[in-house]
Design a protein around this ligand. Structure first.
Ligand SMILES: Cc1cc2nc3c(=O)[nH]c(=O)nc-3n(C[C@H](O)[C@H](O)[C@H](O)COP(=O)(O)O)c2cc1C
Length: 130
């Protein structure tokens, strides 16, 4: 049975090059890997006040993360970091305490950026969500 890889895109832009890269990875993946593209559009800003009653869209994202065998982040670099949309998704996924959807999940990260350093900073941030 194919392993499921949730492929989380860090750019919401319609013409996103990172979305294109994710789609290419999906096409080129070996038969034993099934990539599902996930664009965190509509994920709200992280707010600890509501983490005991997660918004539906956040719960759905957490369920997708939990049911995946692995995570592939495909993200541009924004201001020498990862984009805010991706950071919010990571923060929501890690909460509440002891209920992180990221726990024990193998993660890879790649991306396209137009700056001099390519995507080097974003790609090396290695989301650590426990
Ligand atoms: C707010 C913002 C900040 C950016 N900061 C960086 C940066 O620090 N380093 C870099 O290489 N590119 C930076 N860029 C350029 C992006 O890497 C480039 O626009 C990239 O194509 C965006 O990815 P996308 O095509 O998937 O939307 C920035 C772009 C934006 C909009």
């Amino acid at each position: 049975m194919a392993r499921k890889v949730l492929t989380i895109i860090g750019s919401l832009r319609d013409g996103s090059t990172n979305k294109m890269l994710g789609n290419e990875a999906k096409l080129l993946a070996p038969k034993n890997l099934e990539l599902e593209i996930f664009i965190p559009k509509g994920i709200p800003e992280y707010n600890q006040d509501v983490e005991d009653n997660l918004p539906n869209i956040v719960q759905e994202m957490k369920d997708k993360i939990k049911s995946a065998d692995a995570i592939l982040f495909v993200t541009p670099e924004y201001n020498n970091s990862i984009p805010g949309v991706l950071k919010n998704a990571i923060d929501w996924g890690s909460r509440p305490p002891m209920q992180s959807a990221w726990s024990d999940k193998p993660v890879a990260i790649m991306g396209v950026s137009t700056g001099m350093g390519g995507d080097s900073v974003a790609s090396s941030l290695g989301p650590c969500a426990g």
